[in-house]
Design a protein around this ligand. Structure first.
Ligand SMILES: O=C(O)CCC(=O)C(=O)O
Ligand SMILES: [Fe+2]
Length: 156
């Protein structure tokens, strides 16, 4: 990302839950930002990423940060990088905290695929949009997996 960047922070607290089989901490989604840096609880595994239709737990390592590609980077890279679908599960015995730092192009930035990443083999897959437009769309209704990025995709 280049140009002006805005930064946001979100603390997540997941209390112990008697029915982790029925209750998720956060439902499946991809983040609408550019890049997320996540500090996970050292002791309780809760974050899972979706790969090949399976949910894979992200193990904790004390002091380690999880760096995640998000929707805006998928658009800017013309799909070379894919934002990751993820969710957080609950735990029957333990509570869990995670702290997410979101890095975004500022609201009035026009975001689109880098022209250097568009060629005959890699046709343009995403339209150009204003970051604020994407934020409005992102929060307009329920997050459901990677449903929000469809807004930016050029339909063939
Ligand atoms: O708690 C986690 O590990 C995930 C948090 C998350 O996905 C979010 O805040 O967007
Ligand atoms: Fe997230």
């Amino acid at each position: 990302m280049h140009g002006k960047i805005s930064q946001g922070m979100k603390w997540n607290y997941y209390p112990p839950c008697p029915r982790p089989d029925l209750v998720l901490g956060i439902t499946p989604h991809s983040d609408g930002s550019g890049l997320t840096v996540l500090l996970q609880d050292d002791e309780t595994v809760g974050l899972q990423i979706c790969k090949d239709d399976a949910w894979i737990p992200v193990q904790t390592h004390p002091g380690a940060l999880v760096i995640n590609i998000r929707d805006m980077l998928e658009v800017m890279s013309n799909g070379r990088y894919k934002s990751v679908e993820h969710r957080a599960v609950t735990n029957i015995e333990r509570d869990r905290i995670s702290i997410a730092m979101f890095y975004n192009p500022v609201r009035d930035t026009e975001v689109g695929p880098d022209p250097e990443l568009i060629d005959e083999l890699h046709p343009c897959q995403y339209r150009r949009l204003i970051r604020a437009e994407y934020i409005r769309h992102f929060f307009s209704d329920k997050l459901d997996g990677k449903n929000k990025i469809e807004f930016a995709k050029i339909k063939s």
